[in-house]
Each structure stands twice: as C-alpha cells, then as structure tokens.
Design a protein around this ligand. Structure first.
Ligand SMILES: NC(=O)c1ccc[n+]([C@@H]2O[C@H](COP(=O)([O-])OP(=O)(O)OC[C@H]3O[C@@H](n4cnc5c(N)ncnc54)[C@H](O)[C@@H]3O)[C@@H](O)[C@H]2O)c1
Length: 309
C-alpha cells in the first residue's frame, strides 16, 4: 500500500478553475501550507483576487502562485497553461492536480440548445480529460503525485429533481467518475506513484449558478442573431437565485476544500463532500430502480446546480 501524500509543503499543485469557489479555497489552504500553486481560469480578475487572498494570509517562504487564463475545454490552451506552470514555477514536476473547473447548465437533450449542452459537457468532461493528458508527463516525473477530479452527486445520480431535464452535466460528471475509477487500476499498474480521487460534492456555497448563467448567456448571444437581451428584472432575479444558492448551502466552499484535502491526505479515492452528498449516496444505493421515478423524493429535497435561465 502506497503512503498517502500527507505533506503538501514544498510541493507543486495545479488547480483548474481557481478563480472562485472551491478552486479558490483549495488555493488558499494549499498555499497556507507552503504548497506552490498554478491556477487557470477563464477570468484573470478572479484569479488575481484568489492570489490576493492567498498573499493576504501570509505565504510561507518559497511559496509561489502562477495565474494563467485558459479555457479547459480547449486542449491547446491547457498545453499553454502547462508551459506556463513549468516556466512560472521553474519545475518539471506536478505533485497535485486538481481538475476542479466546471459549469452547470446544459439542460435537456430533447428541447435544449445543442450549443449549451455541448459547452457544459466539454468544460466538465474534456476539461478533466485534457488536463490529465497534458499534465501526465509532469505527474510521472514527480516522486509522488495525486490527481483529484471533481465530479458531483450528479456523477452517480443523474437528476436535479423530477421536474427538470438535466442531461449534459450528469453525462459529463458520470464520465469523470468512471474515468477516475478506471485510472486507479491504470496508475497502480503503470504509474504506481500516482493515486487519484473522485470528488462528489453535494450543495456547496459557491457562485457556480451565477458563473454558469454568464457562460450560457454568452453562448445564447453567440448563436442568436442580434444577441439576447437580458432585462433588468430578469438580471435581478437571476442574481437573487444565484446568491441564495450560495448562501443557503449546507457546506461552504472553504469547508469543501478542507474535506477534499483531508481526503487526499488519507488517499481516499472517493470523496463525498457534505452530509447531503452522503445521504444521497446512501439513498441511491438503497433503491437504485426508484431514483428516476417522478414521485421519488430525494432525501434532502435538493435542487443542485439548477441553471439560472
Ligand atoms: N457548488 C456546488 O454545489 C457543486 C456541486 C457539485 C459539484 N460541483 C463542481 O465543483 C467544481 C467547482 O465548482 P464551484 O462550485 O466551486 O463553482 P465556481 O463557479 O465558484 O468555480 C468554478 C470555477 O471554474 C471556472 N471555469 C468555468 N469554466 C471554465 C473553463 N472553461 N475553463 C477554465 N475555468 C473555468 C469558473 O470561472 C470558476 O472560477 C465544478 O466542477 C462543479 O461542477 C459544484
């Protein structure tokens, strides 16, 4: 049995989606322990805020932070990120890879917009897959490494409730879970110094709903001639729902990051985040044939990552 990677000091971590939410909190907790981090995100301003918060807490000597704009659904952009990590942190090794970037949305397969569906799938699935491909050589060079791929409770339960078509996000999150589980054996056979975890959060207090809305609005504008107007009323409604999603979550982003890092330190391959995730996991296992019935009430009455349209 391989020793877990318990001590993050002096290590190099890559975090995708480090601009807000769980990615930001992972960066704060890792740098506080003296782990250098390289962040990518679509927003430089948000990454700079993450960096500012890390530095405000006081960085242990030698701890460095690199920020790089990259869209994880584009392999070429991730390759450029990989070069920025190697140059910026002067390293050929990555010890910790957190494939965390994600958006909700995507919606229905039957009536939804194909461009939105594929955007969600491509970010949530290809973002993880390409990042693993691109950083594998640097993980192989490290003496000990760990890959942490973020799925969701929607990685084992493909629903946000009986009245909402929600297909792209679960398709991607199931793929992330299956890929990570399969990697466990691949790594054990072919790169035994690398271990992996799949993270399955329940409802965590982040701006994911607002970030997703911005993303989907951009896509709708791109596919609709003349753009899509967003009136002030609607904008305020979306803002309200998005803030409520963040504020009413049973688990904060900081708590989620601590659960994830504790899971890595214990080398747990499955990391459920939040009591709600634990309860849904048990409920889905208890009655797998029932969980998509219209009258099946999930035990938390949860509505996760419902896209704010
Ligand atoms: N918040 C929840 O309730 C919840 C539940 C289950 C799973 N998750 C998953 O957790 C992960 C983190 O989400 P979060 O809740 O912290 O949300 P968040 O929106 O706060 O953070 C996600 C970050 O990823 C970035 N991002 C989005 N698309 C990107 C792209 N194409 N390329 C690079 N960066 C991109 C965003 O800008 C943002 O900074 C996601 O994979 C999400 O699907 C979240």
């Amino acid at each position: 049995m391989i020793e877990p990677l318990r001590d993050f000091a002096g290590k190099v971590a890559v975090i995708t989606g480090g601009g807000t939410g769980m990615g930001r909190e992972l960066a704060k907790q890792l740098t506080a322990e003296g782990c250098s981090v390289a962040l990518c995100d679509v927003s430089m301003a948000n990454m700079e805020e993450t960096k500012r918060q890390c530095e405000a807490a006081g960085l242990p000597q030698g701890t460095r932070i690199v920020c790089h704009v990259a869209d994880v659904s584009d392999e070429a952009q991730l390759q450029a990120f990989q070069r920025a990590v190697a140059d910026g942190l002067k390293t050929e090794k990555v010890h910790l890879l957190f494939n965390n970037a994600g958006i909700g949305g995507g919606g229905g397969f039957v009536r939804g917009t194909r461009a939105e569906w594929e955007r969600t799938f491509n970010v949530c699935w290809y973002g993880v897959y390409y990042s693993c491909r691109v950083f594998l050589p640097m993980l192989l060079k490290a003496e000990r490494a760990h890959v942490t791929n973020t799925s969701s409770v929607n990685g084992f339960w493909a629903s946000i409730g009986p009245n909402e078509a929600h297909t792209a996000y679960p398709a991607a999150k199931f793929a992330v879970k299956g890929f990570t589980e399969a990697l466990l054996t691949d790594f054990r056979l072919n790169a035994p110094h690398i271990t992996a975890s799949v993270v399955m959060p329940g409802h965590v207090g982040t701006a994911i709903m607002l970030n997703t809305h911005t993303e989907m609005h951009t896509i709708r504008n791109a596919v609709t001639a003349g753009g899509v107007a967003l009136d002030e009323d609607r904008r305020q409604r979306i803002e309200k729902v998005g803030r409520a999603f963040e504020e009413r979550a049973p688990t904060s982003a900081a708590e989620a990051a601590t659960i994830i890092l504790d899971g890595v330190r214990a080398n747990r391959w499955r990391i459920l985040v939040g009591e709600d995730a634990q309860i849904i996991d048990k409920a889905v296992r208890a009655e797998p044939e029932r969980v998509y019935d219209a009258d099946w009430r999930n035990p938390m009455g949860l509505s996760l990552e419902k896209p704010a349209r």
